[in-house]
Design a protein around this ligand. Structure first.
Ligand code: NAD
Length: 238
C-alpha cells in the first residue's frame, strides 16, 4: 500500500478539517468481530439471526436471549484501541480533525483519547433503567447473570440503537453538520449497508474523499483514493 499511503499522507497534510466516518471494521484489529466479514457475527450460527436478536421487538419479547447474545458478542470490555483509533485521536489533538462519526458502540475512540465522537448507534458504556432512569455502567450489565435489573425492579436497557429504533436527532444533526463542513472525509471499516447512517456521507462537499475498507462497500461513493486494506496498519503508516 506504499503508494496509497503516500497519497493519503499528502491529503492529510492538505487538510484542516478532516472528518472520519467509520464502522465495525475499525475495531476488528482490536479483536472485536464485525458483522459482515468472513468471520463476522452474521456468518456464525445462532438460534436466531443477529439482526433479529438485536431488534427492539426481540429485546422486549426475549430479553434473556437478547442479553445472552449482547453480553457475549457485543460487550468486549477488555478490547484496547488499535492504531486507527490512536491516529485519529492524534489528528484531533493536532487540530486537523474535527469529528469522528462512528457506528460502533464499543467506546474505543474515547479510550484512545478522541474528544468529539458522534456515536450514531449509542454505546455499551451507557445503560439505563427503563423504569426510573438510573444509570448503570457496562461492567454492571456484563457481570449480572441473566437480565440486568435495577434496584427499583425495572429492566436495564443498553443505550444502543437497536433495529427498529430511531437515531438520536441531535447526533444526526451534529454528524451532518460535521460532514457538510469537512474539507476531507475519510470513510473506513464500514460496509455502508446500514441506513440511515450510510446516507449521511452524501452531505460531504469538501475536496478529498477517501475510503479505507478491506472489501468493496455496498455503495459506490466516488472516492478519489480507495485503500483496500487493514485500517489499523494503514493509519499507523500515515
Ligand atoms: P459491517 O460488519 O457491516 O462492515 C464492516 C466492514 O469493515 C466490512 O466491509 C469489512 O470488509 C471492513 N473491515 C473489517 N475489518 C477491517 C479492517 N481491519 N480494516 C479495514 N476494513 C475492515 O459493519 P458496519 O458497516 O459498521 O455496520 C454494522 C453495524 O454493526 C453497525 O451499526 C454497528 O453499530 C454494529 N457493530 C458494532 C461493533 C463495534 O462496536 N465494534 C461490532 C460489530 C457490529
Amino acid at each position: 500500500y506504499e503508494q496509497e499511503i503516500r497519497r493519503l499522507r499528502e491529503i492529510v497534510e492538505d487538510s484542516k478539517n478532516i472528518v472520519f466516518f467509520g464502522g465495525a471494521g475499525v475495531s476488528t484489529e482490536s479483536g472485536i468481530p464485525d458483522f459482515r466479514s468472513e468471520d463476522g457475527l452474521y456468518r456464525q450460527k445462532y438460534s436466531y439471526p443477529p439482526e433479529q436478536i438485536i431488534s427492539h421487538t426481540f429485546f422486549v419479547r426475549h430479553p434473556e436471549t437478547f442479553f445472552e447474545f449482547y453480553k457475549d458478542k457485543m460487550m468486549a470490555l477488555d478490547a484496547k484501541p488499535n492504531a486507527a483509533h490512536i491516529k485519529l485521536a492524534q489528528w484531533e489533538q493536532e487540530g486537523r480533525l474535527t469529528a469522528v462519526i462512528t457506528q460502533n458502540i464499543d467506546g474505543l475512540h474515547q479510550a484512545a483519547g478522541s474528544k468529539t465522537v458522534l456515536e450514531l448507534h449509542g454505546s455499551i458504556h451507557r445503560n439505563y433503567c427503563q423504569n426510573c432512569g438510573k444509570f448503570y455502567d457496562a461492567r454492571y450489565v456484563k457481570d449480572t447473570p441473566g437480565i440486568p435489573h435495577c434496584e427499583c425492579g425495572g429492566v436495564i436497557k443498553p443505550d444502543v440503537v437497536l433495529y427498529e429504533e430511531g437515531l438520536d436527532p441531535d447526533v444526526i444533526q451534529q454528524s451532518v453538520h460535521a460532514i457538510a463542513n469537512a474539507d476531507t472525509l475519510i470513510i473506513g471499516g464500514t460496509s455502508l449497508v446500514v441506513y440511515p447512517a450510510a446516507g449521511f456521507i452524501d452531505y460531504f462537499r469538501g475536496r478529498h474523499l477517501v475510503v479505507i475498507n478491506k472489501s468493496a462497500t455496498a455503495r459506490e461513493v466516488g472516492a478519489e483514493l480507495t485503500i483496500a486494506g487493514p485500517i489499523g496498519e494503514i493509519m499507523a503508516a500515515v
